[in-house]
Write a protein that binds this ligand. Structure first.
Ligand code: NAD
Length: 447
C-alpha cells in the first residue's frame, strides 16, 4: 500500500469538531435539564449521578478504501446512555460536525424519549464524522459496514438497536443489518430499525413521527376544548415530519394548513408557501424533493404565494408546528407569534428556547414538548423490533392504532404529571420519564 494514500482525519473535520464544541455543548444542556428534574423529584443523589453519565461509550476508527484506491480513516462513535428499561435505542448520525458530546446528549435524550412512551428500551446514539453527501454509494456502503465491524459485539436486538438519523438512510440500515447478520452467522433483522419494507421494515414508519405529532395536537385540543375542524396550522419545514404532520392535520383532524415554510437549496434561503384556499399537503408533497424543498415553479402555476422563510411564525393560525431545526422559536421570534395561536407542537428536536417557554407560560400557549410530540418515530421503530422478533408483520392499520394508543397515553401521563405538580409541560414530561428510568435503576439494584 502506498503510504501517501493513507488518509487520517480531514483537517476540516477536526476544525469543525473543535469549533462546535467551543460554542455550544449539548451534553451540558442535557445534564442541566436532568438536574432540574432531579431536584424537583428529590431524586436519590446516587441515581441522579448515574443518570447524568452514559453507561458505556465507544469511540473507534473506521478505515475505508475509497473509490480512487486511497484509504481514509473516519472517526465513529456509539454511546449507550442507559439500558435499565431495555436494550439501548437510537439513531446513527453521519455529520461533519459530529462530536462525542453531541452523541452523548442525543443518547441521553433517547433514554427520556423511550421512557416517555413507556417503551421497554433505553437510550443510545451513534455517529460518524463525515459529510455523507461527499461519498459515492459504494464508499458509503463500505463506511456503513466498517462501522458495524468495529462495534457489532456490543450491539444487537438484546443490547442496542441503532436506526437512521441525520445523514443516514433506510438503505444504509440494510447494509448495516446485512453486515451484522454475516458476522453473527444468522439473519438478525432486529439488529437495526428503519429498514426498507422488503427486509423487515415496518409499515407506517414513514408517517409515524408526523402522525404522532398530530395525535398529540388532537389530545391537546380535546383538553382545551377546541374544535379541530375550525383550526388551521402553520408549519416550519416540509420534510418527513412536517409532510405527515400536515397530511394528518387535514386527513385525521379535518383542519386546514395555513402555510408551510421550507429551505430552498437552489436559492439557499427559506420560503413560506400559502394558498388562498389553504395548502393542499398531498399536492405539495408531490412537488417536493427528497430534501424537503418545494418546486416553486410548479407551486406558482397553481396559485401558491411565496413569502420569506420566517413569515410562517406570524401567520394567523391556531397551531404552530416547528418541524425543521432547533432554536427556531426564540426570545426574538416568539414575539411575532399571532395572538390566535393556542398550541405549539414541537415536531423538531429542541425547536423552542427557554425564552420561548417563558413567553408560552405568560401568554397561556399550550406547548407540547419535543420528546413527547415527536416520539412516534421511535415508537414504530420499537414495533419494527417486535415484528422482527416474531417474524410476523402487521398491517398498516394495526401500526397506526397501536401508535395512536401509545402516544395518547403518553400525552395524558405528561398532562397529569404537570398538573399534579403545577409545572409546565416540558418539566412534566421530564418528571414522567426520569421517574420511570430511576425506578428501573433502583429495581435492578444498580444503586
Ligand atoms: P428532513 O430533513 O426530512 O426535513 C427538514 C425540513 O426542514 C426540510 O423541508 C427543509 O427544507 C426544512 N428546513 C431546513 N432549514 C429550514 C429553514 N431555515 N426554514 C424553514 N425550513 C427549513 O428532516 P425530518 O426528518 O423531517 O426532521 C425534522 C426535525 O424533526 C429534526 O429536528 C429531527 O431531528 C426531528 N425528528 C425527526 C424524526 C423522524 O422520524 N424523521 C423523529 C424525531 C425527531
Amino acid at each position: 500500500m502506498d503510504i501517501d494514500s493513507v488518509y487520517t482525519y480531514e483537517e476540516s473535520d477536526l476544525n469543525t469538531k473543535s469549533q462546535s464544541s467551543k460554542e455550544f455543548n449539548p451534553f451540558e444542556v442535557a445534564q442541566k435539564q436532568l438536574d432540574e428534574a432531579a431536584e424537583y423529584l428529590q431524586l436519590d443523589p446516587a441515581v441522579h449521578e448515574l443518570l447524568r453519565w452514559p453507561k458505556r461509550e465507544f469511540s473507534f476508527t473506521i478505515p475505508v478504501r475509497m473509490d480512487d484506491g486511497s484509504l481514509r480513516v473516519f472517526q465513529g462513535y456509539r454511546v449507550q446512555h442507559n439500558d435499565a428499561c431495555g436494550p439501548s435505542k437510537g439513531g446513527i448520525r453521519f455529520h461533519p460536525h459530529e462530536t462525542l458530546d453531541t452523541v452523548r446528549a442525543l443518547a441521553t435524550w433517547m433514554t427520556w424519549k423511550c421512557a416517555m412512551v413507556n417503551l421497554p428500551l433505553g437510550g443510545g446514539k451513534g455517529g460518524v464524522i463525515v459529510d455523507s453527501a461527499s461519498l459515492s454509494l459504494t464508499e458509503k456502503e463500505r463506511l456503513c459496514r466498517g462501522w458495524v465491524d468495529q462495534i457489532w459485539q456490543n450491539i444487537g436486538p438484546r443490547q442496542d438497536v441503532p436506526a437512521p438519523d441525520v445523514g443516514t438512510t433506510a438503505l444504509m440500515m440494510s447494509w448495516m443489518m446485512d453486515e451484522y447478520s454475516k458476522l453473527k452467522g444468522e439473519f438478525t433483522p432486529g439488529s437495526f430499525t428503519g429498514k426498507p419494507l422488503a427486509i423487515g421494515g415496518s409499515k407506517g414508519r414513514t408517517q409515524a413521527t408526523g402522525f404522532g405529532v398530530v395525535f398529540t395536537v388532537r389530545e391537546a385540543m380535546k383538553y382545551l376544548k377546541i374544535d379541530a375542524k375550525k383550526c388551521s396550522v402553520a408549519i416550519q419545514g416540509f420534510g418527513n415530519v412536517a409532510q405527515y404532520a400536515a397530511i394528518g392535520f387535514v386527513e385525521l383532524l379535518g383542519g386546514k394548513v395555513a402555510c408551510v415554510s421550507c429551505w430552498d437549496h437552489d436559492d439557499r434561503t427559506a420560503y413560506t408557501y400559502s394558498h388562498p384556499d389553504g395548502v393542499d399537503p398531498v399536492f405539495l408533497q408531490s412537488i417536493t424533493d427528497q430534501y424537503g424543498t418545494v418546486d416553486k415553479k410548479k407551486a406558482f402555476e397553481v396559485g401558491y404565494i411565496q413569502e420569506d422563510g420566517e413569515a410562517w411564525i406570524a401567520k394567523e393560525a391556531d397551531v404552530l408546528i416547528p418541524a425543521a431545526l432547533e432554536g427556531q422559536i426564540n426570545g426574538e421570534s416568539v414575539q411575532r407569534i399571532h395572538e390566535r395561536v393556542k398550541i405549539v407542537a414541537e415536531g423538531a428536536n429542541g425547536p423552542c428556547t427557554p425564552e420561548a417557554d417563558h413567553y408560552f407560560k405568560e401568554n397561556k400557549i399550550f406547548n407540547i414538548p419535543d420528546f413527547l410530540c415527536n416520539a412516534g418515530g421511535v415508537t414504530v421503530s420499537y414495533f419494527e423490533m417486535v415484528q422482527n422478533a416474531y417474524n410476523y408483520y402487521w398491517d398498516e392499520t394495526a401500526v397506526h392504532e397501536r401508535l395512536d394508543a401509545k402516544i395518547t397515553t403518553a400525552f395524558w401521563n405528561v398532562l397529569e404529571m404537570a398538573q399534579q405538580h403545577g409545572v409546565h409541560n416540558r418539566l412534566g414530561a421530564y418528571l414522567v420519564a426520569v421517574n420511570r428510568v430511576a425506578e428501573a435503576v433502583r429495581l435492578r439494584g444498580w444503586v
